[in-house]
Design a protein around this ligand. Structure first.
Ligand SMILES: [Ca+2]
Ligand SMILES: [Ca+2]
Ligand SMILES: [Ca+2]
Ligand SMILES: [Ca+2]
Length: 224
C-alpha cells in the first residue's frame, strides 16, 4: 500500500514538473525552415529594415536550443536612431487556453531590446514595451546565450483602441518582433521555440498536485 501511494505521489509530481518545463503550444520552432513572405501560405514570415541599416534574420543551425534550427538575427543601426527593423510571423492559432507568450531568446551581451506585437483576428494589436524618444524600454536583451522568456498576455498593451474588441481572447493571427540596437551599434540574437504556455496551473493540475502531496503526507505519517 505504501509503495502504491509513493508511486502515485511521484507520478503526480513528475507530471506537474513535465508540464512546467515545456511550452504547451509552439507556433514556430524553425525545424521546417522559413517561408519568407508567401501570402498564400498558412504559415510564413516577413522582414523589413530601417533605411540604411542592416537587418538580417536568417535560418541558422549553430547551437539551436531546441531541435536543429533557430532564427538568427544580425542587425546594425547605421543611422543612430536605435531602431533597426523587424521580422514577423503569420499563423492563425487559437491561444485562448494559454495565459502567456513564451519563446527562447539568445542574447549577445551588447545592449539592445525587443518589441513584441501580437495581432488578433478581430484586428486587435497588442504590444509589449514602450518606446521613448532616445531610449527603448522594450524587452531588454541584456544577457548572453539562450534564455527562456515568458510574458503573460495580460502584460501586453492594447495598441489600437477602438479597433477590434480591445480584449485579448487568444484569437491569434500574427506576431511581430521589432529590434532596437545600440545607436550605431550591432546586435547578434537568436529566437526559437516560439509559442504559448500556462504559468498559472489549471485547476486539474492543482488537484493533481494536492493528491500527490496528500499521498506523501500519508506515507510520512505511516512511517512514524
Ligand atoms: Ca528549433
Ligand atoms: Ca536605425
Ligand atoms: Ca484594439
Ligand atoms: Ca480581440
Amino acid at each position: 500500500m505504501r509503495k502504491l501511494l509513493l508511486g502515485f505521489a511521484v507520478i503526480a509530481m513528475l507530471s506537474i514538473a513535465a508540464q512546467a518545463a515545456n511550452a504547451d503550444v509552439i507556433f514556430d520552432d524553425f525545424e521546417s525552415g522559413i517561408d519568407w513572405v508567401n501570402s498564400s501560405a498558412s504559415n510564413y514570415w516577413w522582414k523589413y529594415s530601417d533605411s540604411g541599416d542592416i537587418f538580417n534574420p536568417a535560418l541558422s543551425s549553430a547551437g539551436a536550443p531546441q531541435g536543429n534550427n533557430y532564427l538568427d538575427i544580425q542587425s546594425t543601426d547605421n543611422n543612430y536612431n536605435y531602431y533597426t527593423g523587424g521580422t514577423g510571423h503569420y499563423k492563425e492559432m487559437d491561444l485562448s487556453a494559454y495565459d502567456s507568450f513564451r519563446l527562447m531568446v539568445k542574447g549577445d551581451s551588447s545592449w539592445g531590446s525587443l518589441k513584441i506585437e501580437l495581432k488578433e483576428k478581430d484586428g486587435d494589436l497588442f504590444k509589449y514595451g514602450e518606446w521613448t524618444l532616445d531610449e527603448s524600454i522594450w524587452l531588454p536583451i541584456n544577457w548572453t546565450g539562450w534564455k527562456e522568456v515568458i510574458i503573460p498576455f495580460s502584460s501586453f498593451i492594447n495598441d489600437n483602441p477602438g479597433v477590434g474588441n480591445d480584449t485579448w481572447t487568444g484569437d491569434f493571427v500574427s506576431a511581430n518582433f521589432i529590434v532596437s540596437a545600440p545607436a550605431g551599434g550591432s546586435i547578434s540574437w537568436g529566437l526559437d521555440d516560439i509559442g504559448a504556455t500556462n504559468v498559472v496551473p489549471e485547476p486539474g493540475t492543482i488537484a493533481l498536485f494536492g493528491i500527490g502531496m496528500a499521498g506523501l503526507l500519508l506515507i510520512s505519517k505511516r512511517k512514524k
